[in-house]
Design a protein around this ligand. Structure first.
Ligand SMILES: Nc1ncnc2c1ncn2[C@@H]1O[C@H](COP(=O)(O)OP(=O)(O)OP(=O)(O)O)[C@@H](O)[C@H]1O
Ligand SMILES: N[C@@H](CCO)C(=O)O
Length: 302
């Protein structure tokens, strides 16, 4: 592997949970952050950001991208070099579209490349999961597609989840933030057996629904008892947007990641109507939102 002094990493945003798959399933989307890392001769850290809300990205060592970059060097027992980081933001911050995962994956992949690829992709993935605390955003951000992650005997087992080509993810992204930590604080620490069984069954159904595109299965599958009932109150207009999406032909609607973005799944023939209905419903609830029909990213970080 040749030694390089500059590397550009493009990382997709992600939607995690998909309803019943809390903390274990996520999909990479065709929305991206791009990060350029250039090694400096001095020990300086220079961070510049462009794009929507760029002024909100920290430009010191607290920056998550730099934290992940430094973590990889720490892992290989080296001092991180001085570096200039140029950030082009395409994934909105703290909206449930995996912005933190793009930063973690971007920092790790760039550090690994600048250090001469000492770690395998599997090792980078383990580090990314350890930093984020759960696998459902960082795994698809790194490898693309829709992925399910579960702990195995010696580490994480990752499996690809086939996604039928007719299923369109429609994302309604409001103009307010909801941090993951805040959205996790409202969750209980214990659940009933009935809730555990409910989610187990619905996640199984979701996997088969995504694979086959069978409407009845998808309509039943997009339900959850582990996080959504507790988080809906943090998202004004949730019920109205949900009702509008389903009336316009969506299979169902869920919270994207920890929210506040809402994700509807629809077949291609209904996607445009679902997008329009979600937009109107949020507007009528007094909330500005951007609605986008996206596709699955299949490459992950490049
Ligand atoms: N490009 C970036 N550079 C540096 N830090 C970032 C970047 N993107 C996100 N972050 C950090 O991650 C925080 C948002 O993380 P958070 O987990 O709350 O939301 P999210 O990852 O967008 O949503 P979710 O995890 O629900 O998909 C930001 O406030 C910021 O601190
Ligand atoms: N599974 C995570 C995704 C957001 O990081 C959550 O819902 O809290």
């Amino acid at each position: 592997m040749s030694v390089v002094s500059s590397v550009t990493v493009k990382v997709p945003g992600t939607t995690a949970n998909l309803g019943p798959g809390f903390d274990c399933i996520g999909a990479a989307l065709t929305i991206y952050n791009q990060f350029q890392f250039t090694r400096l001769e001095t020990s300086e850290l220079i961070i510049q950001a462009t794009g929507a809300e760029a002024e909100r990205v920290p430009t010191d060592e607290s920056n998550l991208l730099y934290q992940a970059f430094a973590k990889l060097y720490q892992y290989i027992d080296q001092t991180p070099p001085g570096v200039k980081i140029e950030i082009e933001l395409g994934v909105p911050l703290a909206r449930g579209l995996g912005s933190s995962a793009t930063a973690i994956v971007g920092g790790l992949v760039a550090a690994n490349r600048l250090a001469g690829e000492p770690l395998s992709q599997a090792q980078v993935m383990e580090l990314a999961i350890a930093i984020e605390g759960h696998p459902d955003n960082v795994v698809p951000a790194l490898v693309g597609g829709c992925r399910l992650a579960a702990t195995g005997a010696t580490g994480w087992e990752i499996c690809d989840v086939p996604w039928h080509g007719d299923i369109v993810p429609v994302l309604a992204i409001p103009d307010f933030e909801l941090s993951t930590s805040e959205a996790r604080r409202v969750l209980p620490t214990e659940y009933s057996r009935a809730d555990a069984i409910f989610n187990t069954a619905h996640l199984g159904l979701l996997l088969r629904g995504l694979q086959t595109g069978k409407g009845e299965w998808l309509r039943a599958a997009l339900q959850d008892k582990l996080h959504q009932p507790y988080r809906q109150a943090l998202i004004p207009g949730y019920d109205a947007v949900n009702t509008a999406a389903v009336a316009a032909g969506a299979y169902g609607m869920v919270i994207s990641g920890a929210g506040p973005t809402l994700l509807a799944l629809a077949d291609v023939s209904h996607a445009a109507a679902v997008a329009a209905a979600m937009s109107t419903a949020w507007q009528e609830a007094g909330i500005k939102a951007v609605v986008r029909s996206l596709a699955l990213d299949t490459h992950g970080a490049t």
